[in-house]
Write a protein that binds this ligand. Structure first.
Ligand code: PLP
Length: 486
């Protein structure tokens, strides 16, 4: 057995042709019993050319798809430190519960009297999320983080309209995720950038200077995308509220704060969560996701309909909310994701807090161990992630992209790169709570090896990855003229 503590990708990289290039005419993966009824003549108008499908045996099909699946890297294959994505382990018990026949075959058009279990689950999940965030009005309807932001911006709009005067601008920090200004723009607001200070966070004075009576509010991410807690959030919220604005918080990455921070107490009015990040639904393949929004009691009347109401021991859906911004999704959102979040929260209970504590500890451990190897622009305690740059490697002509590609040869998925935009050559590393001490140590070793290669053989590092099925791509060409055969 290898003594190397990093799980590299040497050996057995499968070569797999297209399924159309496999097989032989006449081969088959099944056998049928002899027909015991007369053959039917197919009418001429239904006759056409036979589709040109490959003829394959069962094992050829199994091997084809199993080999293709091995080209993929996932949380279940190894450490996946992709910042801002919270690629944590998703316990299999959640999948098992989401697959229970009563849930999996529930029909959204079934009468409410036959859907009491599903309604109760959603009602209780709303309560849990209200408890975890401190914001007690919850809607599970938005289907993704960006959809939650959209719902939040619609509430900004509806609230100002109700107050009698529409506003046209929203303040958005320069570290924000790209979906923030996009969601604000989609609701007719102009995004006004707010610069972060030399500590990588917002200052109350900076926000107060920009806040005026045509500004609907501030869209802030906390912890921000540098992995830093916005320490001045209460003063910032005070400045925005004083001018009649609202605070929206992008809580896509809530993994540092569960059971620790009451968001309402920090002055936040609206927040979205990504159940498919923090609350253990697998993601990265394009969905389905769930981006619930949590609001103060004051903003609750604006939440999307239908809302789940409790009458004694039964649950019902109600549309009787005249100020509601209406419906944002068919039926109630992505129910399967809600079941997994519900199971995750119930299985951890008060231990959710230690999930956050461990996520923060792991990120700080990596930060301290890696800061000799990679330049750390903000050397302060971080939350669930930290951001490095390629500054130490530039003298060898090595960039963030080369380091990311080099990590692939060491057997790791690269971190998020070139984001947030305020840090040149950013590498955003988020270990999550699921990684063991040994996993973290071998990730550090992998980074150290790449840094060594940068010093000693930069030309070779420019070619990385070399151990994978697909080698270094011309990124522009790969996007414009994708070659799907690998
Ligand atoms: C992931 C993420 C989003 C968007 O979430 P989607 O579900 O992909 O729409 C928004 N903000 C931040 C900070 C994120 O990390």
């Amino acid at each position: 057995m290898s003594q190397d503590p990093t799980p590299g990708t040497t050996g057995l990289v499968m070569d797999e042709p297209l399924i159309f290039e496999r097989g032989q005419k006449g081969r088959s993966g099944f056998s049928m019993p002899a027909r015991d009824v007369p053959a039917l003549e197919v009418p001429d108008e239904l006759k056409g050319e036979d589709p040109d499908l490959p003829d394959l045996s069962e094992i050829e099909v199994v091997r084809h798809y199993t080999r293709l699946s091995q080209y993929n890297f996932g949380v279940d294959s190894g450490t996946y430190p992709l910042g801002s994505c919270t690629m944590k382990y998703n316990p299999k018990i959640n999948e098992k519960l989401a697959g229970l026949p009563g849930f999996a075959s529930a029909h959204p058009l079934a009468p409410q009297s036959l859907s009491q279990g599903a309604l109760r689950l959603m009602f209780e999940l709303q309560d849990f999320l209200g408890e975890i965030t401190g914001l007690r009005g919850v809607s599970l309807q938005p289907a993704a983080g960006a959809h939650g932001e959209y719902a939040g911006m619609r509430i900004f709009h509806a609230w100002h309209r109700k107050k009698g005067k529409q506003r046209h601008k929203v303040l958005i920090p320069d570290t924000a995720h790209g979906t923030n200004p996009a969601s604000a723009a989609l609701c007719g607001f102009r995004a006004v950038p707010v610069e972060s200070n030399e500590q990588g966070i917002l200052s109350a004075e900076g926000v107060a200077r920009l806040m005026d009576e045509d500004t609907a509010g501030l869209m802030v991410t906390n912890p921000n995308t540098l992995g830093l807690f916005e320490e001045n959030i209460k003063e910032i919220a005070g400045a925005v509220h004083a001018k009649g604005g609202l605070i929206y918080c992008d809580g896509a990455n809530f993994n540092a704060l569960m059971g620790i921070v009451d968001m309402e107490a920090t002055g936040v009015d609206i927040l979205h969560l990504n159940l498919h990040k923090t609350f253990a639904t697998p993601h990265g393949g394009g969905g389905p996701g769930s981006g619930p929004i949590c609001v103060t009691r004051e903003l609750e009347p604006f939440l999307p309909i239908p809302r789940i109401v409790r009458e004694n021991d039964s649950f019902a859906l109600s549309e009787d909310y005249p100020d509601s911004l209406g419906r944002l999704h068919s039926f109630y959102g992505n129910f399967g994701v809600m079941i997994k979040a519900y199971a995750y929260i119930l299985s951890l209970g008060p231990l959710l807090k230690s999930v956050s504590q461990t996520a923060v500890l792991n990120a700080n451990y990596l930060k301290e161990r890696l800061k000799k190897t990679l330049h750390l622009p903000y050397d302060r305690p971080c939350m669930h992630e930290c951001v490095f740059t390629d500054k130490f490697q530039q003298e060898f002509g090595i960039s963030t992209l080369d380091i990311a590609k080099g990590l692939i040869d060491q057997g790791y998925h690269p971190p998020t790169i070139y984001f947030p935009l305020v840090v040149q050559g950013a590498m955003m590393v988020e270990p999550t709570e699921s990684e063991t001490r040994e996993d973290l140590d071998s990730l550090v070793l992998a980074f150290e090896r790449v840094a060594e290669q940068a010093r000693e053989d930069p030309d070779k590092l420019h070619q990385a990855p070399v151990k994978t099925k697909v080698k270094r791509l011309d990124e522009t060409l790969a996007a414009r003229k994708p070659c799907l055969t690998g």
